[in-house]
Design a protein around this ligand. Structure first.
Ligand code: LLP
Length: 410
């Protein structure tokens, strides 16, 4: 946990709004998944190169979904290696744009293919390229409809009935099949877990190709609200390990099992530090307006996601007067710029103590899909990122300037 005094120090030194991450929390989350043969970080959750470097130093491999994410992985020191037992970088997507196609071929990065056309285009460009098959098992699950990546309403993955067609393309171009992959959405629930395992076993059995690995995707959730469950990672491993054993018995040899989390590794490590700039009563609603907007933290506006908020005096002393319902909103010229809202946009509140202008409002559990989903909406520059490791506070991204933002147009 980043100490209150460090929050105050970061606000003072780097100004607000600002992202902060706790390296110790990231390492602790990694440790909880060590049972898996490969932990592959879904870097879309938080793709700062310094965070990727930390992951690499901890032995975590990486997934990239764009050329930008491939370049980030390279800068962080991941080196594509054909001889490695587990590829340091995998590229996962449902299509290959031309630049991505060129880059993955140049680097010989295994591609986790989500459509038959991807296999076709890859095969034509580079016969023999290493591939995974991302399978949509016909059902999915997510914390929001927008994060459900399985079933008929999802564009993701190769539809489970099209496995044979995909294997035919693999054979046509002698693509090297590494394994099957399933990620049915963000926000695991155990009801679906056994069904995903069963679907994976069924797909492997109908594959008629040898495999050296399976990837069970990511999706592990974290407790955003008090009272929400903490994922039992041992239980999770055991369920998947039984499936793996059945697959190994079928194939007649050992396989490796990859897990591909984003949120689980990063969310709880991070917070967004903002400053209270205005307060007003609007009818029955009391609004606290802070200097961060949904261009910074998009999750509440996008999914109605809940992020716990703490309030501090500028010196880091927690505010502690009797809490009252507070709608927390940002500076953007848009009514949806509210951090306390539910999916669909209805404004709600959090019970917060009385605060003064200049106080710090800290949004918790924003280490995943926080900075990585930020935009320049309203011509607001990207904000700094800071990594805390014990007593050491390091700026890992400086604040973008308005001039840099405009420069692309000049
Ligand atoms: N693997 C694949 C193929 C994925 O598409 C994703 C997430 C992950 C792994 C990692 O999922 P995680 O472990 O982080 O749940 N912006 C949303 C989440 C979108 C997730 C997209 N894919 C949010 O803020 O909740």
């Amino acid at each position: 946990m980043i100490a209150n005094s460090q929050i105050a120090q970061i606000a003072e030194q780097f100004s607000t709004p600002c992202w902060a991450y706790d390296a110790k929390v990231i390492r602790a989350q990694i440790a909880r998944l060590r049972q898996f043969d490969v932990i592959r970080f879904a870097q879309k959750a938080s793709s700062n190169v310094h965070l990727l470097r930390l992951m690499r130093e901890e032995g975590v491999l990486v997934d990239s979904v764009s050329v930008g994410e491939v370049e980030r992985a390279l800068v962080a020191g991941y080196v594509p290696d054909d001889a490695a037992q587990h590829a340091p970088i995998v590229f996962t997507a449902d299509l290959l744009d031309k630049t991505a196609l060129q880059r993955v071929v140049e680097l010989n990065i295994p591609v986790n293919c989500g459509s038959p056309q991807m296999l076709q285009q890859l095969g034509e460009a580079h016969p023999g390229h290493p591939v995974w098959l991302r399978i949509n098992p016909g059902f999915g699950h997510g914390h929001s409809r927008k994060t459900n990546t399985g079933g008929e309403q999802s564009k993701h993955g190769i539809w489970f009935e099209h496995l044979a067609q995909s294997l035919a393309i693999i054979d046509q171009y002698s693509l090297k099949l590494i394994g099957l992959h399933m990620h049915i959405g963000s926000g695991v629930d155990y009801d679906h877990l056994q069904s995903v395992c069963d679907a994976m076993i069924a797909q492997v059995k109908s594959c008629a190709h040898d495999l050296s690995a399976i990837s069970i995707g990511g999706g592990l959730s974290i407790p955003y609200q008090d009272g929400e469950d903490v994922v039992d990672t041992d239980h999770y491993f055991q369920i998947w390990n039984s499936a793996r054993q059945e697959i190994e018995a079928f194939l007649g040899h050992k396989i490796s099992m990859e897990i591909e989390p984003g949120r689980f590794l990063m969310a709880q490590s991070g917070c967004l530090i903002s400053e209270l700039r205005a307060q007003k009563q609007v009818g029955n609603n009391f609004f606290a307006l802070v200097d961060a907007g949904f261009n910074d933290l998009a999750r509440p506006a996008m999914y109605g996601s809940y992020h716990r908020i703490s309030t501090y005096a500028p010196d880091g002393t927690p505010r502690s007067s009797a809490p009252h319902p507070t709608v927390v909103a940002g500076p953007l010229c848009e009514s949806g710029d509210v951090f306390t809202q539910i999916e669909g946009g209805e404004v709600t509140s959090q019970n917060l103590p009385s605060c003064e202008i200049g106080d710090l409002f800290v949004f918790h559990d924003t280490g995943a899909y926080g900075a990585s989903m930020s935009s320049n909406y309203n011509s607001r520059p990207l904000i700094p990122e800071v990594l805390v490791d014990g007593e050491t506070i390091t700026q890992i991204r400086r604040r973008q300037t308005v001039q840099e933002l405009i420069a692309l147009e000049l």
